[in-house]
Design a protein around this ligand. Structure first.
Ligand code: SF4
Length: 494
């Protein structure tokens, strides 16, 4: 199997994060929607994780299981293929988005269908499957409520778990009224913005699609190597309809989702619902093993997707991002995400995990601004149920971005020159003292009311987004020498 890069997951028509974030920050409606929604999910998560005395041990167990699986990923994937095949399913290997889309399109055509119903899936968004199917004349209907809102609104998802988190009830009511008729059953007359009425409108709209569809496409939350069992967890029951009613089921799954043994689910089925929706268990947990004659889909295909994952696995620091179980807890606690929303990240994977996953799957050159879309406050690390050290990966990727920039230039950047000068000054006490004297002198000229607002020349870009306090009149070293005459740095008398 060759390894591809995840070109498909980036929205190449969107600006880089700093520019996109500026636009999003000006949208007060968006910020209000996000503040309310993330705050609610955050509180629910804290309440249900706080109930368990062994929550930290569960996190540790989840992290250890993922580490072990990634270490032996090749072995578990081959075992999974054997188990699925034994159970009557067919396994396909896709190096990149194009190959995965070709495989799925071919399977739908072979089934004689021109439409599919879809279970919510990040992997199929990552490869742009709906667009690829549309090019082949196949209609893909999203059946998850939030995905339906995004699809009807010709929008893009902005959250891993709640793709329409940027929309409020009034906006959803408008989308349903305007757009449902073009996709099938129209919205009921006099539809209000009551959640119950909106859910009923979606239920009626989707039901005819569930009953008609001959092919379903899903993602997977996990697949068990030892048994070949594939699983999806969800809250609405739409997934269960897709996974049981059609004759053909096609599942697209990132290769990192494999788990060694059935018993491993004990850990993840506790970690995932509590971290994602703030529930003790998922309302619907569907599992299937190959095919069962006379019961459910009679043709099952599992597409194992690489799309940059093998390359990510080769990075000893960055590979921990592959442990992600897509719970979205890191998004809900991130101060940057809460203010900018998901679209600013320009990727199907937004928020802190998107800031480390997107550049790795697609290549840092494709998303160089994302590793900087963070304050490095560490809230994501604290919340992550599988203990992915996102700040560590962010810092690691920042270094890669800087290094890539340096390699691509004949002359060093002003930033690189400043860093070089700083390194030289900090390595030598005399040079440091001279630099401090110079900085003090300069700060007298530049400071206003104790703060330095804007630096001159090439340093302006740095100071445009930061205010620095004016350095004190006396440095620590000068203060020490004045107040501790005759003492060495270790406190001993000379
Ligand atoms: S990085 Fe951790 S917290 Fe964020 S979505 Fe993945 S598993 Fe959840």
């Amino acid at each position: 199997m060759t390894t591809g890069t995840g070109d498909g997951l980036i929205w190449l028509d969107t600006p880089a994060f700093p520019e996109a974030a500026r636009t999003a920050l000006a949208d007060t409606q968006l910020r209000g929607n996000l503040r309310k929604a993330t705050g609610t999910i955050r509180d629910k998560r804290l309440a249900v994780t706080g109930e368990l005395d062994d929550w930290e041990q569960l996190r540790e167990a989840g992290a250890a299981l993922k580490r072990r699986t990634l270490r032996h990923l090749d072995r578990y994937l081959v075992e999974l293929e054997e188990s699925v095949t034994r159970a009557g399913g067919t396994v396909h290997w896709a190096a990149d988005a194009d190959e995965a889309n070709r495989i799925v399109t071919g399977l739908v055509q072979a089934a004689g269908a021109d439409e599919v119903v879809k279970v919510k899936s990040m992997a199929t968004q990552e490869i742009g499957l709906n667009e690829a199917l549309a090019e082949a004349g196949i209609a893909a209907y999203e059946t998850d409520l939030a995905e339906l809102i995004v699809q009807l609104g010709r929008d893009r998802p902005s959250h891993i778990l709640v793709p329409a988190i940027h929309r409020n009830r009034g906006e959803i009511q408008g989308i349903f009224r305007r757009e449902m008729a073009a996709w099938g059953r129209p919205a009921p007359e006099g539809l209000t913005d009551e959640p119950r009425a909106l859910a009923e409108a979606a239920r009626l709209h989707l039901r005819e699609k569930f009953l008609r569809a001959r092919v379903a496409v899903s993602g997977a939350n996990f697949a068990i190597a030892e048994t070949g069992t594939v699983g999806v967890v969800e809250s609405e029951g739409n997934g269960r309809m897709c996974l049981t009613l059609p004759q053909t089921l096609i599942t697209v799954m990132g290769i990192e989702k494999v788990l060694p043994a059935w018993s491993d689910l004990e850990v993840f089925l506790q970690l995932l619902p509590r971290s994602s929706t703030g529930e003790r268990m998922n309302p619907y947990t569907s599992t299937w093993t190959g095919r069962t004659p006379g019961d459910g889909p009679q043709d099952f295909h599992l597409v194992l997707l690489d799309n940059g994952r093998t390359a990510t696995l080769a990075d000893t620091v960055g590979r921990q991002a592959l442990a992600c179980i897509r719970c979205s807890a890191c998004l809900n606690v991130c101060p940057v995400y809460e203010r900018t929303g998901g679209h600013a990240y320009g990727s199907v994977y937004p928020g802190p995990i998107g800031a480390v996953l997107t550049p790795q799957l697609a290549g840092v050159d494709k998303a160089p601004s994302l590793p900087f879309a963070s304050t490095l406050c560490g809230a994501c690390y604290d919340a992550c149920p599988v203990k992915i050290n996102i700040p560590e990966v962010l810092a690691h990727l920042r270094a890669e971005v800087v290094e890539a920039k340096r390699r691509g230039r004949r002359t060093p950047t002003p930033e690189a020159l400043v860093m070089k000068a700083a390194a030289a000054a900090l390595a030598n006490p005399r040079r440091l003292a001279a630099a401090q004297r110079t900085a003090r002198l300069g700060s007298h000229l530049l400071a206003r009311k104790g703060r330095i607002g804007r630096l001159p020349g090439p340093l302006r870009a740095w100071s445009d987004t930061r205010d620095s306090p004016q350095p004190p009149a006396e440095t620590f070293r000068a203060w020490w020498q004045r107040t501790h005459p005759g003492e060495t740095r270790s406190g001993e008398s000379r």
